[in-house]
Design a protein. Structure first.
Length: 312
């Protein structure tokens, strides 16, 4: 069973407007609900693909109940620790004139050390049935980033693969200290880890190898219009982006986590996970809701994914 851990849960409300302007009443053309939170997004994608997962973390209030309902609608099992405040509701605004999109993120989840103890106990029990763990996102309030060090370390001591994706800074470094199997940084996060600019594929490869040598952690770096670069230690692949109609990019990268976790869980070649994750990410881009995709789109895109061997 793939276990996903999202401490700072959220759902996204995405609004589409013809053109975004300040100081003006804007009428939406579409409004949709989607999942949010990196690991939670991965569970939602796995659910659409018919791959079982168990989602945990912190949840609160009516938005937390709605999140649980959304998970169950996708066939995802859930076992969350209920805390104070509310699971976050983020608002995304997509400008349909091609100018891009923005996210208004909130901080409404309130967890304390008692809640952390409850999550710790729940998680340790889940590891008995876990084949792979996905962790990610930020932490609510002022919780110690060392929580990621602890949770990842507990899985790795049992030889359970871990796919980790957190924002650059203390969360990412805390997780890396316990040597996760994979991380999925973007260009800025790679730069923050290595202290070196990443302006080319060569730079990304060198940075990925630096991370691999220091932590034993494989890297899938997302590089925007250049696609992605997977650095697996003994081999690397450039993965060009698939050409699809862009509706919303929110949650696309988290689909990559789902693909990697599936391959690790089923002991399939990592290349299979990269292909599935890339196809799922492109399918997410084609839909309006965060992290949402259609299984038939993923299956249609899968044969189009290219893994091009890369070396210096």
């Amino acid at each position: 069973m793939i276990v996903t851990v999202t401490p700072n849960t959220a759902i996204d409300y995405t609004l589409f407007v013809p053109s975004f302007e300040l100081n003006k009443t804007l009428r939406t053309t579409q409004a949709v609900w989607g999942m949010a939170g990196k690991a939670a997004d991965a569970s939602w994608t796995l659910g659409e693909l018919g791959i079982p997962s168990l989602a945990t973390g912190f949840a609160a209030g009516y938005p937390g109940k709605r999140m649980i309902e959304m998970f169950h609608a996708k066939g995802v099992q859930t076992d969350f620790v209920w805390v104070d405040g509310e699971t976050r509701i983020n608002v995304l605004v997509v400008s349909e004139d091609g100018r891009g999109q923005s996210t208004l993120a909130v901080e409404t989840l309130q967890a304390n050390e008692t809640h952390v103890d409850q999550l710790r106990a729940k998680y340790m029990g889940m590891l008995d049935q876990a084949s792979t763990v996905i962790l990610g996102g930020s932490l609510p309030g002022d919780l110690d980033p060392a929580l990621y060090t602890e949770l990842i370390g507990a899985a790795r001591r049992r030889d359970i693969p871990v796919v980790f994706d957190a924002y650059f800074g203390p969360f990412l470094r805390a997780g890396l200290a316990s040597h996760p199997t994979f991380i999925k940084p973007n260009r800025v996060e790679l730069e923050s880890l290595t202290g070196k600019p990443v302006s080319s594929l060569e730079d990304a490869y060198r940075a990925g190898m630096d991370v691999y040598r220091q932590y034993g952690t494989m890297v899938v770096a997302t590089l925007g219009e250049e696609g992605a670069l997977a650095v697996l230690g003994d081999r690397a692949y450039r993965i060009p982006p698939l050409k699809v109609k862009v509706v919303s990019t929110a949650g696309a990268g988290d689909a990559v986590l789902a693909g990697l976790a599936y391959a690790l869980s089923e002991k399939k070649p990592l290349e299979d996970g990269l292909r599935l994750g890339t196809a799922a990410a492109a399918a997410v881009i084609m839909t309006p809701a965060t992290a949402d995709c259609r299984r038939e789109d993923v299956e249609a895109l899968l044969p189009k994914v290219e893994l091009i061997p890369y070396s210096l």
